[in-house]
Design a binder for this molecule. Structure first.
Ligand code: ASP
Ligand code: MG
Length: 444
């Protein structure tokens, strides 16, 4: 079994959907069992978020306008996607039903709610998969549409329930023992209350990996609009190149620390079952992309990434210099407020940590101030250098820091894993840092 996931731009138009049909039905793939996971058409989830915002703000005419524009786009797409009148009619009925439902969620008389928002956000994937499956049907390609809401579930901490997913998916697949091609929605799931929920923005990658792990797939392919994971952020530096191979740990660090190509949790399920993840480009399917496997192919610096909106908290101990239990007290406060820490450095009298979720910053600071003095710096970025940085190999530090000679570095972290060196800088220095590293480490 293979799992192939196609992102928003890969299904972003009638033309692109036709392309996906070709990619999943090559001579080689045609004879294999495969599950295709689709995102919403590009722009759709953003539009659904906008509609929700308007509804929360009680801007009903504006919400209605956005819904109408969105529907027009979909009407245009189905006009281009299908040839036969029969398919056009089926697709039109599908849009009637789905947009009817969207309008019912947007009713002026009824208060908009978080649950309604989540039901609305699921529409993108429900539309793209149904439209695509209808397209396959029109073209005589046999396939089964699996409803992700039947098997994808998260618990009360928003963590996927792997056992449930595995069992339910097995039941669903066993209903069609002879079928080779399955289509399903990324991103959407149910929660522990049985309500519609989702795996957070960009979550279709995560869906694909969870599905891959659940069925013990031989490979998980993530198809996007770029030829793999790049060595640096293409939006910021001029020249970047795809990295041919990464280990699970390297890829996980890069995804977590800012590489936009992958949802940060994608690697975890694949790694647990040792399933290779291949990142491929829909626009250039012949290119090799990036393959992510258990071991790194070579010991080297592979890539850099940056994560913004980081807040640094400097905690200076007032009473208990170096006392044991101090770190526990500090970390317990972050745990209490469900705030995860990215970087930590310590000195004789201070601990500095970084966080990206500042929803509970005020309470955290209040509690920390009971036994320490606090300084907070916002608008920072973590720059992360990733590779197989085995400590026996000398010279990495010099290469990294000489590349950053013009940048003021606020924190440095290395040694937690042999895969990354992280540095905290002011976001305004990010461009200089990434460009410097591109020149110094990759000679680009
Ligand atoms: N459609 C969702 C989003 O835009 C999930 C995804 O595409 O991965 O965030
Ligand atoms: Mg994505």
């Amino acid at each position: 079994m293979k799992v192939l996931k196609f992102g928003g731009t890969s299904v972003g138009s009638a033309e692109r959907m036709k392309g996906v049909n070709q990619l999943i039905n090559t001579e080689e793939l045609k004879i294999q069992k495969r599950i295709i996971v689709l995102s919403a058409m590009s722009g759709t989830t953003n539009t659904l978020v906008q509609i929700s915002e308007q509804l929360y703000a009680k801007n009903y005419p504006q919400a209605a306008l956005i819904i109408t524009e969105m529907e027009l786009k979909y009407r245009k797409t189905i006009g281009e996607l299908y040839k036969k009148d029969e398919s056009k009619e089926k697709a039109s009925n599908l849009l009637d039903a789905q947009f009817g439902h969207i309008r019912s969620l947007a009713k002026e008389r009824e208060r908009f709610s978080n649950l309604k928002e989540r039901i609305l956000l699921a529409k993108g994937e429900q539309l793209s998969t149904a439209m695509f499956q209808l397209f396959l049907e029109e073209n005589g390609v046999e396939s089964v549409l699996l409803d992700a809401l039947e098997f994808m579930r998260i618990d009360e901490n928003s963590e996927p329930e792997m056992d449930f997913i595995e069992e339910q998916l097995k039941i669903e697949l066993e209903k069609y023992p002879d079928n080779l091609l399955f289509i399903t929605q990324g991103y959407i799931c149910k929660n522990s209350f049985g309500e519609i929920d989702n795996l957070k923005r960009g979550g279709s990658d995560y869906s694909a990996s969870l599905i891959g792990a659940a069925v013990n797939a031989e490979e998980i392919q993530i198809w996007t609009d770029i030829d793999g994971m790049h060595n640096n952020d293409p939006r910021i530096v001029d020249k970047t190149m795809p990295v041919a191979q990464l280990s699970f740990d390297e890829a996980a660090e890069l995804a977590y620390f800012g590489a936009k190509i992958l949802h940060p949790s994608t690697i975890t399920p694949a790694k647990a079952k040792n399933i290779p993840v291949r990142l491929l480009n829909t626009m250039a399917p012949h290119l090799k992309g990036t393959v992510i496997t258990k071991d790194a192919a070579d010991t080297n610096i592979k890539a850099v990434a940056a994560k913004d909106n980081i807040t640094m908290i400097n905690i200076r101990s007032t009473r208990m210099l170096l006392a044991y239990g101090f770190l526990r007290k500090v970390f317990e406060i972050f745990e209490k407020y469900k705030t995860s820490i990215d970087m930590v450095t310590t000195s004789e009298v201070c601990v500095s940590v970084t966080i990206d979720n500042i929803a509970n910053l005020e309470q955290i600071i209040n509690e920390l101030e009971e036994f320490s003095s606090i300084e907070v710096n916002k608008n920072m970025s973590i720059v992360c250098v990733v590779g197989d940085l085995i400590s026996e190999r000398v010279g990495y530090a010099e290469e990294i820091f000489s590349s950053l000679s013009t940048v003021s570095i606020k924190m440095i972290s290395y040694g937690g894993s042999k895969n990354n060196v992280s540095m905290l800088i002011d976001t305004q220095d990010k461009k200089a840092a990434l460009q410097g590293l591109n020149k110094g480490l990759f000679k680009l």
